[in-house]
Design a protein around this ligand. Sequence first.
Ligand code: IVH
Length: 730
Amino acid sequence: MSASPFASVAVEDLSSEQAKQELLFLAQEISLHDKLYHGNDAPVISDGEYDALRKRNEAVEKQFPELILENSPSKNVGAAPVSGFSKVTHARPMLSLGNAFADEDVTDFLDRVRRFLGLTDNEPVEVMAEPKIDGLSASLRYENRKFVQGATRGDGAVGEDITQNLMTLDDIPKTLPDDAPDVIEIRGEVYMAREDFFSLNKSQEEKGEKIFANPRNAAAGSLRQLDSKITASRPLRFFGYALGDTSEQIAPSVSEMRERFQSWGFQLNEPAKLCRNEQEILDHYKLIGETRADLPFDIDGVVYKVNRVDWQDRLGMVSRAPRWAIAHKFPAEQAETTLREITIQVGRTGALTPVAELEPITVGGVVVSRATLHNEDELGRKDIRVGDHVIIQRAGDVIPQVVRVNLEKRPADSVVYEFPHTCPECGSHAERPEGEAVRRCTGGLICPAQVVERLKHFISRDALDIDGLGAKNVEAFWKDGLIKSPADIFRLEEKKQELRDREGWGAQSVKKLFDAIANRQEVELNRFIYGLGIRQIGQATAKLLAKNYLSLENLRKNIEMAKDEESDAFTNLKNIDQIGPSMIQDLIDFFTDDNNQALLDDLASQIIIKEYEVKETSSPVTGQTVVFTGTLVEMTRSEAKARAEELGAKVSGSVSKKTDYVVVGADAGSKEKKARDLGLNILSEEEWIALISGATKNENTKSTLETENNNDIASSQNSEDQGQKDLFSD
Ligand code: IVH
């Protein structure tokens, strides 16, 4: 920080001329640090030093009010609009991939594809297998064959505009040849080759600058620069591997798509292979695994994609991942270390999870000091004891696990671990209902761990996504009584002074925090429902509820009414496909609880919960309730359901007077009869197809891609696990 020429002169002793210069200096200095802090995420002075600048400015202004500048920093407290990257809403969401670890997971994947498409056993499913690069995904938009916008993945729906930075990459063509469509988005991975990574770190070290932990971090740090000159100086590369929005289909298969990408000047990720059966797929996986170290870049697995694009379209997606692709990860790396202690972590819904506190050890380049022991039974089965030597493993971003005990090294005096029956956080009884694997604290809201975990879940990325707050702050603020319930987050401004006085905080960081919170004061209903952390209600179910009830008010009213099993509200809830009896019970328990009701009222007074928007679609079945019964011929039941949902219909498992259409296949039974008795609209499969045809997928890109259901993919995590993942990543 450069000092003002008069910094050492007490305010009372300043002459008018000195004061004028001092104020000018301070205005410039404060504005510079605002920019560094907000824009570049790279402050060069401490909060304390920054506050001192502001205090000095205030004091001089008080003494010389006639000299206050037009652009005085006191006029924009905390100031400087956050000048980070602007947001880009992806024309088509950027998906993630489900994972396969074992060979059987690959078999399951292929079986699922076959089942969904209703293929016979002898019909081949060709699969493109290509390396999974460990970098950052980006979407490149070309309009009239010119590169017009580049974006990060972000949360999949909204990313950041990094066009200027991507412009600096040699691997990214700035124009496309005449045969490219008018609008096309090429998706792929920005990465750094291993060798380039080493030389970058070397020169960083020489300059006394930041050293990166691995090529992925180096690529991320280089891409997220507000000054694209810095990005330009970094050796970034790009592979194109998928298609986003496009004004016309460019190829009927992945293999042909790759050829076109290449002809347009994109690099392809090799070695890729078009495999005709499972054996070829696994052979290629093995080959890539064995030659992995010889590749010039880091990879963490192999991606398999159904080659036929028409099949991909039919398969669609589930929980943000395509049904037509999967990532086959390389095996976890293992290491042996000592178990120092077993602690118990209490999750959002009270679940007691045993955690291994380990002698820190490096596994696959990351230091691991904690690993999950899953639950009481698992711990018992493996007979894991304090003092044991244990084998731990870590795969990708998955929480490290204890695989087994090295019994040869077991200390003679070790004792069997006894799982506690009281909550270590609040002392309440921890009970384990029959048939359940998990023991839970019964303390509810008196249990501090549950309260804090709920708060963390509420602000987490897939819920309210208050990025600037973060799990650590929530924990600290809760401890100090600044936040007791979710609604308190939105009342934090009342505690401005207390926050500014906290160690490590100052006017700037407090302002930044308030901005982040204010940004999320309006929230989509599905995120809000998910954020409540109701047992069993994950993202997909939250979306389903939002879609069916449209507003929070309506949802609350209906769930409360559903207490009465004779009510229409109960029947309607039960009829929502994929909502089962135990989920209904959890919903009713949550929404009829007095504490939760007060919490919801309080929240509703602080934030705006947007009504669920029914997507515009040209389909005649949008908003209609459909029941499928009997055997269908043209497509499988799963495909029919997925297709109906894509078109905005609600698929129900049972017939009621609220059903709009009953689609009847061969050998339909009681449902058809009931439909006839109720005088409902009954359609044959052919009639159904006629009704929905014309509403093709492309006309409805948006609703197509935003449809979610939770049928299969193993990647949909138990929501309680998610909370634990947060703790581990802290
Ligand atoms: S295809 C719809 N192919 O892996 C699927 N992704 O874990 C689009 N990735 O977000 C992705 N190599 O960033 C695909 N050959 C490859 C890939 C690849 C790396 C990344 C991508 C994606 C992530 C999912």
